[in-house]
Ligand binder design. Structure first.
Ligand SMILES: [Zn+2]
Length: 401
């Protein structure tokens, strides 16, 4: 038995007045008590000056990609050893930043599953989708998940299930990082998308749809997906997400993962935003900052309807999206008017629910895994405290950077 104590504590849903003492036995939290709680004499206690919170989720990562230019595309042609090497480096960066669970939405050759079972000490827990399903020459076709027609869709879902994935990811629109695909258009017709969701649900697998276009978001919602990634709302006249779509998303309980975070410093050091992304935004008269502002407006309207929000970065996929910046995505939410508690909930308790891990992690609560993050500073007043991790525990194991 040992204890951690901090004057500021966030339990996954709210700040605990006066901080907390968290008691850990082995890999599990056995008590969450007030900061002044009297511990037995033989219980070692570590006292921190900053904020204690559950380890974070990044609900949209590509472990096989290290965010260098073209790295996601390259992953498709690397040998298994090189892919595994990248996965370990990605997981280490996530862990060092305070992320204790990642949801991988773009694997190649099911390599990430080897790191999910058994979990490696000191590395984040993994939820894995395997290779994303896409159309011939479609978004991320190079990751190996290309299907053509209903029979191939059913066979691919079966193959994913037999490999033991936790969920299925499908590309319902083109993407910024795959030249030749159209982020404003759709991939798969509505009937195909419905068949895919039906097949996956039939074997107990949730489905997440990548959708930048408003048309793709409509398709995904109508097909009955469980979550929509990006949720950008691209149309030929700019970013538009009508009320009826938001109402439908709220009513269906679909989780939205806006993949907001990017590292402005890295962006500034690049000669220009990645070509496909810049071209997409320019086509409708937007740049990165105006697009971000428009998207935050959409998310405020989503929040007003009680839409479930989770926070992933799309880490690894693009040069301004390295692994380990989920704190920046949460900061972006607060810039858009979300409270710090709402923002951090989207990467802790709400993320755990969306990943079907609410009984395992995502909160400081007795019985859950001891996935704990300590950061320097008062997170309740300053979201940038997330940029200053001082201690990370994964299942009670300290992370070694
Ligand atoms: Zn992605």
């Amino acid at each position: 038995m040992r204890a951690l104590r901090a004057p500021i504590a966030f339990d996954g849903e709210r700040f605990l007045p006066g901080g907390a003492t968290v008691i850990v036995e082995g890999a599990v939290i056995t008590g969450v008590e007030p900061a002044a709680y009297g511990l037995p004499d033989d219980c070692p206690v570590t006292v921190f000056a900053g904020t204690m919170l559950p380890g974070l989720f990044d609900t949209h990562v590509h472990l096989v990609s290290d965010s260098s230019v073209g790295s996601l595309e390259r992953a498709g042609s690397l040998d298994a050893e090189a892919v595994d090497d990248t996965i370990v480096r990605s997981l280490r960066r996530q862990a060092a930043s305070g992320v204790t669970t990642v949801r991988d939405l773009g694997d190649v050759g099911y390599r990430t599953l080897g790191f999910r079972d058994p979990p490696r000490p000191g590395l984040p827990r993994i939820r894995a989708a395997g290779p994303p399903l896409t159309v011939p020459d479609g978004h991320c076709h190079y990751l190996g998940g290309v299907v053509r027609g209903p029979d191939a869709i059913r066979a691919a879902v079966r193959d994913h299930e037999q490999h033991g994935v936790d969920l299925v990811k499908v590309m319902a629109s083109g993407g910024m990082t795959t030249v030749g695909t159209d982020p404003f258009g759709v991939q798969f017709d509505a009937a195909e998308l419905r068949k895919l969701v039906y097949a996956a649900h039939g074997v107990g697998l949730p489905v997440l749809a990548h959708a930048h276009s408003l048309a793709g978001m409509r398709h995904a919602l109508a097909a009955g997906v469980d979550g929509i990634e990006h949720f950008t709302g691209l149309t030929e006249t700019g970013i538009r997400v009508p009320d009826d779509l938001l109402d439908g998303v709220a009513e269906a309980g679909v989780a939205v993962d806006p993949t907001l975070g990017f590292d402005r410093g890295l962006l500034a050091s690049m000669p220009a935003p990645p070509q496909a992304l810049a071209a997409s935004l320019k086509r409708v008269g937007l740049d990165l900052e105006t697009a971000q502002a428009a998207r935050l407006g959409v998310l405020r309207r989503a929040r007003a309807r009680g839409i479930r929000l989770v926070t992933g970065v799309d880490a690894g996929a693009a040069p301004a999206k390295p692994h380990g910046i989920v704190g920046l995505a949460l900061a972006a939410l607060t810039e858009g008017g979300f409270s710090i508690a709402d923002a951090v909930t989207s990467a802790t308790a709400a993320a755990a629910r969306a990943c079907d891990l609410a009984g395992v992690t995502g909160r400081l609560a007795p019985g859950l895994d001891a996935d704990i993050l300590l950061v320097d500073g008062n997170l309740e007043a300053d979201v940038t405290a997330l940029q200053r991790p001082v201690q990370v525990l994964i299942r009670g194991n300290p992370v070694t950077p």
